[in-house]
Ligand binder design. Sequence first.
Ligand SMILES: [Zn+2]
Length: 220
Amino acid sequence: MRVVLMGPPGAGKGTQAKRLAEKFRMAHLSSGDIFRAEKAGGSALGAKLAEYMSAGKLVPDEIVVDVMAKAIRECSAGGGLLLDGFPRTVPQAQALDKQLAASRTPLDAVVVITADDEQIVRRITGRRSCPKCGRIYHTEFMPPRENNVCDDDKATLDQRADDKEDVVRQRLEAYYRQTEPVIGYYRQSNGEHVVEVDGNRAPEEVTASLIEAVSRLAGA
Ligand SMILES: [Zn+2]
């Protein structure tokens, strides 16, 4: 079974991907994890990746496709595949289709977790963590007893730079500009395999809907 999982940043995609991969015994190919591993491995491709990533630049489609194609080849020996964070642009989706057609292993499902922008912003910008013990808080949903101070060790809580509102809004904007067209592409080429799941709910409910959708689409 081969599944693409999509959704805006902050929709809980990473957590859901892990659960789905486990449930259906698929290899979980997270582009973020694969890029980090490729960089650390010191290959020529990894060195190219590092160049773009350390400069904070967008990695060009050809390099993304090369890295992901290699990861797919290495793990698709008959097993299932869950792609998370790839494809992120239409040319990437076209390259993936070509590769899967060549190995006669087309996609079974494209699952999109949808979420309301304002809810995403609330969820992400409220995250805080303790620099001393690593405990995670949320200003609204899981606040510490004392404002902005860790319950366990009284350290002042941190907010990651990535979790600040303007950064979150930029990432959302990039998602709508680059990645939403990928959903349109799949609707056109493979419409009966595309399904949307409402991510504005408790994580367990979202997981249940995802499992139901993938079972139905993949005939599992
Ligand atoms: Zn702490």
